[in-house]
Design a protein around this ligand. Structure first.
Ligand SMILES: Cc1ncc(COP(=O)(O)O)c(C=O)c1O
Length: 361
């Protein structure tokens, strides 16, 4: 039976024969003269031996470690995993795999992460926007009425920049409605801050669900650019046609494997616990300020704050050397600033700057 992925994939991708890199072709032998590499390492400072060779085509050990980490229970997940250069590459790959430029469309629910629309724009794929409702939840009726127009629906849960989790029941409802229509991509970049809210288990029932993850947030490894795409074989087989020949560099693979080992996961979870305590303290303190209209409940490592001041608090904080993210360009987020949670000291300094403003206002 034809899978939904097969139905949606553009003809050009369907016909595409993946680039046959030297590592992908593989082989057996004692002399490796197939990839135009040097036969011995050049040392340019402190570095391990062996960097003269291309890395693994797709490092399977990282993919397996990530699947084991994502599993959370005894029942195996019904999906494959691939490591990519950050969640951003996963978004880009999905759009390039399942949207024909100038023809196919994606759906997003703003306010949300801007890269979905950006990546669609970059290949002239149109973005259908169905804004979140007042509670920053899905507008199911509006989504369903436009589902037949799009190939991919991007949800972000916990959502950036609002910080909330999208209701699981709505995601299930959407998956039911999208069964013969569109792939549903759930970006779980912040999921380690609310692990019980993952929808990764739903892939057992819904092969058109795709989940995106990253080591950039809770694992604290934004610099290494390592993310993951979790998807059913029917989806993954097409993504694999477009994936870069060697997406994960060897030094990155080493760091990622250490992070995904039991000791690494423990460390990450301890850090998350500390960050959540700082976040909840900071959010409470913010909520008590008269210049604050509202602090959105958050399941992430940031808070979205609505101020009731005439002055733009983003600019004010910048003038104090504190760089946050201005969200006022979003129609639903007038006077809102997104503040990432740092150390207790950093949040104390931010709070003090806001208290100083309040006193002088
Ligand atoms: C929702 C969301 N998805 C993806 C990303 C990008 O993650 P990565 O650093 O893995 O590319 C971000 C980064 O801010 C994000 O907020």
């Amino acid at each position: 039976m034809e899978s939904l992925a097969q139905k949606l994939v553009p003809e050009a991708v369907e016909k595409l024969i993946p680039y046959q890199s030297a590592r992908r072709i593989g082989g057996n032998g004692h002399l490796w003269l197939n990839a135009n590499e040097l036969e011995s390492s050049c040392q340019y400072g402190e570095q391990k031996e062996g960097y003269h060779r291309y890395p693994d085509f797709l490092p399977q050990d990282i993919a397996s470690a990530y699947l084991a980490f994502s599993q959370q229970g005894s029942e195996p997940l019904a999906c494959e995993a691939v490591a990519v250069r950050g969640a951003d590459e996963a978004i880009d790959l999905l759009i390039r795999t399942f949207c024909q430029p100038g023809v196919d469309k994606i759906m997003v629910c703003p306010p949300t992460y801007a890269m979905y629309e950006f990546c669609a724009d970059s290949i002239a794929a149109e973005t259908v926007k169905v804004p979140l409702n007042q509670d920053f939840q899905l507008d199911m009726a509006a989504i369903k009425s436009q589902l037949s127009e799009v190939n991919l629906v991007f949800l972000c849960s916990p959502n950036n920049p609002t910080g909330n989790i999208i209701e699981r029941a709505d995601i299930v409802d959407l998956l039911e409605a999208a069964k013969d229509q569109a792939l549903v991509v759930v970006d779980e970049a912040y999921i380690e801050f609310a692990p019980q809210s993952t929808v990764v288990d739903l892939m057992r029932e819904y092969p058109h669900l795709v989940v995106i993850r990253t080591l950039s947030k809770a694992f604290g490894l934004a610099a290494i650019r390592c993310g993951f795409l979790l998807a059913d074989t029917s989806v993954m087989s097409y993504v694999m046609r477009l994936i870069a020949p060697y997406p994960i560099a060897d030094p990155i693979a080493e760091i990622a494997l250490n992070a995904l080992a039991p000791a690494g996961i423990d460390k990450m979870q301890t850090q998350v616990g500390q960050l959540v305590a700082t976040r909840d303290w900071f959010a409470n303190e913010l909520a008590s300020l008269s210049i604050v209209d509202h602090v959105m409940p958050t399941a992430t490592n940031f808070v979205l704050v609505k101020f009731n001041t005439a002055e733009c608090m983003y600019q004010y904080l910048c003038s104090k050397g504190i760089v946050t993210r201005n969200q006022s360009h979003e129609p639903a987020l007038a006077d809102c600033v997104r503040i990432s949670i740092g150390s207790r000291e950093s949040m104390q300094e931010t709070l003090q700057a806001l208290k100083d403003y309040q006193l002088s206002a």
